[in-house]
Ligand binder design. Structure first.
Ligand SMILES: Nc1ncnc2c1ncn2[C@@H]1O[C@H](COP(=O)(O)OP(=O)(O)OP(=O)(O)O)[C@@H](O)[C@H]1O
Length: 360
């Protein structure tokens, strides 16, 4: 199973120009709003027509501008779960699901709908209209409709965006079970990096209509190649930076010199550290030189406590003038905070040389 997409489409003030191949590992499409995620899906589904290029699904040409091929949507075997679900309000759950199967004989259609209702755990809701369903049930009906045609590629456009956190996690797990049994190609659009991390082993990162980075999800999270990827994967502490030596850089926005474990390239623009990777420096082992690397005196400018996590805005090297005077975000577990809060200021905070991110 393989989907190959190499297309270009120019709109009034946006150009989509993407080239990628995916297999059956769920592939996340990550990018800020307006980067071209939905447009990519719409072209694959045949709702939009690219200006040029090719879309090949398992050896079948769905679109080829040079050959004049443009297979109609309903014959593409593409299941599409829209952001807002796009259920037909005047049709019941089973009619919504059966709609795409209009070409099948009645008996076969009913049996396919029954089967999918069972898989997606919608039994008992067959006769309800979308307005009589909860958000989660609507989402599952839309997923059932997308799967009913036995698609070779499943396009999921932010399937959880309308749901609360609890339902999001619950349906996320349910979706993964469903997808584990699905043998086709899945493209999963999301803004949400936690979701991308949990659900998609592979990722394509879109920026301004082009693919800026792609690869294994772990690799992109641990070594983001660009500022955009670093931000999308949740890095909140980013400073402009420049090379000083193979293991040392100047983080100019923070006004500090940082030791870096890996060999630095000559050209890079930024250094970053995840908010949860900051640590209080160990007070012992002062004789061990490496333990003193990247240890800075810091003062808190704002402290935000939530039930299990505390976020502290830190000012490096000086007392903050006001609450907007800070350089770093530090996220620590509540238990660590309880131990830290009575300690005298300034705190000694460590930016681990092996946790520093370096990117362009
Ligand atoms: N029919 C259209 N005519 C002109 N421009 C369009 C059209 N549809 C989309 N665009 C533009 O194409 C760009 C990409 O839109 P797209 O919906 O693919 O973004 P997205 O990454 O999915 O964003 P979001 O995360 O907000 O859904 C946007 O700048 C949008 O304004």
């Amino acid at each position: 199973m393989e989907l190959h997409v190499d297309i270009c489409k120019t709109l009034s003030d946006f150009t989509l120009n993407v080239n990628f191949t995916t297999d059956t590992e769920i592939t996340g499409l990550l990018g800020v709003s307006g980067s071209g995620k939905s447009m990519t899906l719409r072209c694959i589904a045949g709702i939009e027509t690219p200006d040029k290029g090719r879309i090949i699904l398992n050896g079948r040409t769905l679109f080829d501008s040079a050959e004049g091929i443009n297979v109609p949507s309903r014959l593409r075997k593409v299941g599409y779960l829209f952001q807002n679900y796009a259920l037909f309000p005047h049709m019941t759950v089973e009619e919504n699901i059966g709609f795409a199967l209009g070409q099948l004989p009645r008996e076969q259609r009913l049996s396919r709908v029954k089967n999918i209702l069972q898989i997606i755990k919608l039994e008992g809701l067959e006769k309800r209209y979308p307005s009589q369903l909860s958000g989660g049930q609507q989402q599952r009906t839309a997923l059932a409709r997308a799967l009913a045609i036995e698609p070779e590629v499943l396009l999921l456009d932010e399937p959880f965006s309308a749901l609360d956190d609890h339902l999001r996690n619950h349906l996320g797990r349910q979706l993964m079970d469903t997808l584990a049994a699905y043998s086709g190609v899945t493209l999963f659009v999301t803004h949400n990096m936690d979701e991308a991390y949990r659900i998609c082993p592979k990722m394509l990162v879109l920026k301004d209509g082009e693919i800026e980075a792609s690869g294994e999800n772990n690799q992109l999270f641990q070594n983001p190649p660009t500022l955009n990827v670093a931000q999308l994967t949740g890095c909140k502490n980013i400073s402009r930076a420049e090379y000083l030596s193979d293991h040392e850089c100047l983080a100019s926005d923070w006004g500090i010199t940082l030791r870096v474990k890996k060999n630095l390239p000559l050209n890079f623009n930024y250094a970053g550290i995840q908010a949860y990777h900051l640590r209080e420096a160990a007070e012992s082992h002062h004789d061990d030189f490496s333990d003193d690397d990247n240890v800075f005196e810091c003062w808190p400018s704002t402290i935000i406590e939530s039930p299990f996590k505390v976020t502290i805005y830190l000012s490096i090297g000086k007392k903050p003038a006001d609450k907007d005077d800070y350089n770093l975000f530090w996220e620590l577990p509540e238990t660590t905070w309880q131990n830290l809060k009575s300690k005298p200021l300034p705190w000694r905070i460590k930016i681990s040389p092996d946790k520093l991110l370096i990117f362009n």
